[in-house]
Design a protein around this ligand. Sequence first.
Ligand SMILES: [Zn+2]
Ligand SMILES: [Zn+2]
Ligand SMILES: [Zn+2]
Length: 539
Amino acid sequence: MLWTKESNKNNALYVDAFSFKSLGSLNREYSQERKTAKNISCAKSDTISRERRLDGNQSFVKDDWLSASGLYNDSLCYAEPGSENISLAYANRSACFLHLKKYAQCLVDIELAESAGYPAHLMPKLQKRKADCLKLIEEGAQEPDDRLKLSFEADKNFPCMVNVLKIEKNAKGNLIMVAKEDIGVGKTIAAEKSFATCLYSKFGWRCNICMKEDANLKPCNKCNVAMFCSNECQASLIHEYECGQRFCRSTQTNGAIMNEMRMIFKAIEMFPNIDELMAFVEQAVQGDQKEIPQAFLDEKSKYRAFLKLPVNPTNTNKDDFWLITFCTYRMLMDMPKMNAMFKAKRHNRFLIHLIMQHVQIMSKNSIRIRLCSVEAAPRKRTDVCTHTGMLKGYFEHSCAPNVLWIDNNGYSLYITTRPVKKGEQLFVTMFDLLSKPKAERQRILWEQGNFLCVCSLCTGPEATPEQRKQLLSDPLYRSGGFDCLDKCATILQKHGHGPLCKEMKNLLDGYCMQLRFKYTNSTNIRAWAEIVSDSLSDE
Ligand SMILES: [Zn+2]
Ligand SMILES: [Zn+2]
Ligand SMILES: [Zn+2]
């Protein structure tokens, strides 16, 4: 029923999608959730701000700089405008940056502390930190961060990916990513800034708008949940719309709704009025759904490709789909600004269909980042944010992929993990399946991805004893030391192209783990990576 009109007439309205559902229970659920959300305050509080700073100090004395800076971020979020807590939190965070060897960020925080009225009697401490930091910079201690740098020249029309890739249509009509040249192991072939982002929890952890982590985050002046990496992100109208909005108490459900609301705000921001948005969307959804995109040079060309990302049509049978669509719609219409914008019946009906389209796209193409606690077993995994980029839609799944997807500072990085020959297709995986037996892989993919996998690992030949022997007798492999990225890459380059034996799978798994560790700022992933390389050395 998506994008169906009431008649064939020129000015016909879109059908009322909600009239096909019994809305009683959805309405009740909506009201209930909103009621519990009202009890969660997003007001500033100097008392909490001070508590969080003191908690941060506790982590600081245990040398846990990342946790400490996270708590100082919390402190900043809660600090009331004009309060001393602001300058104190910036100053303490600057000390974390110094220990984390982020000297430029340390200097910025010192400046922020000073301009927020840092107490005069403490100033000598801050000035000493500044002098120490400047000295370290002068000595060349600042390490350059080139993690977002592409390994080849960028494509002219798709600056987010390298010019040795192309997007092609395969025999089934699906868009796929293909290599135009041989590509070695460990090459960054794409760094795509997320098109849609949403933070679910741990708000003072990344920029609320672009998800940048490595930044001197500054709090929103009004609420206690959002921080921004730059004036540009702070000025974004997206947060102005969503500031103070909360759907429900549950972080996960709330995140799912806020994610969809944000996508509507983003769409609205691109066009001068709803009629132009409508014309653009209609043009995109009526055309060839599998057209090869021409370029990603501006937001509109990306939005067009976004609207054409693959969806799972059976999704609309699920209760979740209706809950998210309906509650997003109700939340939007409860906002006076949005209500005025979509007052006309034709705009209102269009909005419902647009939300449905977005929910379908996002449920198939968003990548959820989960934090995984390492202390407790069973490990607690929590979704903390989602990314939606377009490129992910063109990398098909393989259980033995040749590309690793990594989240870094709000970018999706694609790094080759096996040698790729000219003309070959590039694959990623969203589930860590390599070491699992086929039956289990297929079950997981069927349950979570709704497809039967026909990748090279599932249907191709297995590694021959001869291939395994070649790897095991290689002196480089025999010498061990698989915790070195370059060494793993060299072995993978030599032996990682064809079918994979058990030892090769372990090596590849370990290599991916180390890459994740290198490209992530999270301490949790670090512990995870260590666990895996332990089991590797047992082999
Ligand atoms: Zn930002
Ligand atoms: Zn806010
Ligand atoms: Zn497979």
